[in-house]
Design a protein around this ligand. Structure first.
Ligand SMILES: [Fe+2]
Ligand SMILES: [Fe+2]
Length: 190
């Protein structure tokens, strides 16, 4: 799905449904991190106005998701604490190359891959969660994150050319599958 090289472990849906509150609390922080990392990228690479527009628009949508997630938490009487350890994102960031000519490309492509994985899991939740309002919300988020996946991929192609971007995307998708396979199956989005 969306270029991913592995499917989520089939046990994940049952684990997620078994502690949906934990999934929702993690999800709130995922949306906040998505907004802040899009803004951090715009701040670090502000030279292209189209990229700044795309990243800030994306961050705006992520902030809407933060607000929606916050409302869902409040409606369930859940109070988020500080974010827990995010092994998935940490492991993926570690593979981003640091040379200035490569760092932007890798960060954009990792954005694309992380959005793709979020999409896959939000779609699974939209098909499995018993509550109808939550199912609809997950379905809407799935469509939004699929669009973000494409925005990041297009920005990567703009920054480095389609050939280089696609080749590196293949490498990062393989690394993502490896990282995911090494993590426990938990009631989290990632
Ligand atoms: Fe989002
Ligand atoms: Fe997103």
């Amino acid at each position: 799905m969306l270029g991913l090289l592995s499917a989520t472990d089939p046990r994940w849906v049952q684990v997620a449904l078994g502690d949906l509150d934990a999934v929702l609390l993690d999800h709130f922080h995922c949306e906040l991190k998505a907004a802040s990392s899009a803004l951090a990228l715009a701040a670090r690479y502000p030279s292209d106005p189209r990229r700044v527009q795309a990243l800030t628009e994306l961050a705006r949508e992520e902030l809407t998701h933060v607000q929606q997630a916050s409302e869902v938490l409040a409606s369930r009487g859940l109070v988020p604490g500080p974010p827990g350890e995010d092994s998935y994102a940490r492991e993926l960031r570690r593979v981003a190359r640091t040379a200035p000519s490569e760092h932007l490309l890798d960060r954009l492509l990792l954005g694309s891959v992380i959005e793709a994985r979020s999409c896959e899991r939000l779609l699974l939740l939209s098909q499995a969660v018993p509550d109808e309002a939550l199912r609809r919300w997950y379905g809407a988020l799935y469509a939004s994150e699929a669009r973000h996946h494409r925005v990041f991929a297009a920005l990567a192609e703009d920054a480095a050319g389609a050939g280089r971007a696609r080749e590196r995307l293949g490498e990062l998708c393989a690394l993502e599958a490896e990282v995911l396979a090494g993590l426990p199956v938990l009631p989290r989005i990632h």
